[in-house]
Design a protein around this ligand. Structure first.
Ligand SMILES: NC(=O)c1ccc[n+]([C@@H]2O[C@H](COP(=O)([O-])OP(=O)(O)OC[C@H]3O[C@@H](n4cnc5c(N)ncnc54)[C@H](O)[C@@H]3O)[C@@H](O)[C@H]2O)c1
Length: 260
């Protein structure tokens, strides 16, 4: 017997191109690729970042995208982002909550409180504010994707604050999936391996670190870093009705890193 669901529309029948989706960190590598991928699929994207968008980014996204500048560590700015989306489009169907920063690259015994707070506020606190304000705005159900990392599952030296933040993102995702289920809101996390973005390149800026970069590359059985577009395609799937029974899941896109 066919089951009737009040969220049948979200459960795969609403085409991706009719959706209104927020993308955070949209001026960065992974967020930029996701925004372009979604715009190409006809999504109305509300792109956001802490830095103002240049004309080049706006031109790439096209007329169906708008940009709203926000520091996601500030709850009032996250609330304003969601309000802007509802004013402009009258609905919110999805979000790719992706903005984040890298670790300070020191042993945890040398981390000071400000460095710890900075990474936890940006990588985890922003996710809480986004979920808190996006979930009530998704009146017809929706899909939310959070960016965690391979370092949400395993650890390496000199990245304790980043590792703690990315493990916590997975816990927060599961909590939101449990609460979102009855509302027809799915919440999942992507766990990328090393992706060729400004964030990765900043970490290996110093030529002396080239051997370490090579070691990181080789730690991925596929023998290379990911392209941002390879993460964006998985995100697009999770935001679409094609993944309608997937919630509370961690999706590894890591070239086999965590299989070793
Ligand atoms: N690049 C990788 O190897 C890799 C691997 C695993 C996970 N990740 C995660 O993917 C996400 C995107 O990373 P990326 O590699 O594209 O980095 P990126 O530096 O290219 O982009 C991150 C974006 O987040 C924005 N941002 C930072 N702080 C913000 C704030 N307070 N408010 C609003 N926006 C802010 C930045 O301005 C930037 O545009 C991050 O969460 C990162 O931790 C990256």
């Amino acid at each position: 017997m066919a089951q009737h669901s009040p969220h049948r529309e979200e459960a795969g029948l609403r085409p991706l191109e009719a959706k209104v989706i927020i993308v955070t960190g949209a001026l960065g590598g992974i967020g930029g690729a996701a925004a372009r991928e979604l715009v190409a699929a006809g999504v109305h994207v509300v792109a956001t970042d802490i830095t103002p968008a240049g004309d080049e980014a706006l031109a790439q996204w096209g007329a169906d995208a708008s940009f709203f500048r926000a520091d996601l560590t500030q709850e009032d700015q996250v609330a304003a982002l969601v309000a802007h989306t509802l004013e402009r489009h009258g609905r919110l169907d999805g979000a790719f909550n992706n903005a984040g920063i890298e670790q300070h690259g020191k042993p945890l015994t040398q981390l000071d409180a400000a460095e710890w707070d900075r990474v936890l506020h940006i990588n985890l606190g922003s996710m809480f504010f986004c979920l808190k304000h996006q979930i009530p705005a998704m009146a017809s159900g929706g899909s939310i994707v959070l960016t965690s990392s391979i370092l949400g599952q395993v650890a390496v030296p000199n990245a304790a604050e980043y590792i703690a933040s990315k493990h916590a993102v997975i816990g927060l995702m599961r909590a939101a999936a449990i609460e979102g289920g009855p509302l027809g809101i799915r919440v999942n996390a992507v766990l990328p391996g090393a992706v060729d973005t400004p964030l990765l390149r900043r970490q290996f800026d110093d030529p002396a670190l080239l051997p370490m970069m090579e070691a990181v590359r080789k730690a991925h059985p596929l023998g290379r870093f990911a392209l941002p577009e390879e993460i964006a395609k998985a995100v697009k799937w999770l935001l679409s009705g094609e993944s309608s029974f997937t919630t509370g899941a961690t999706i590894s896109i890591d070239g086999g890193f965590t299989a070793t």
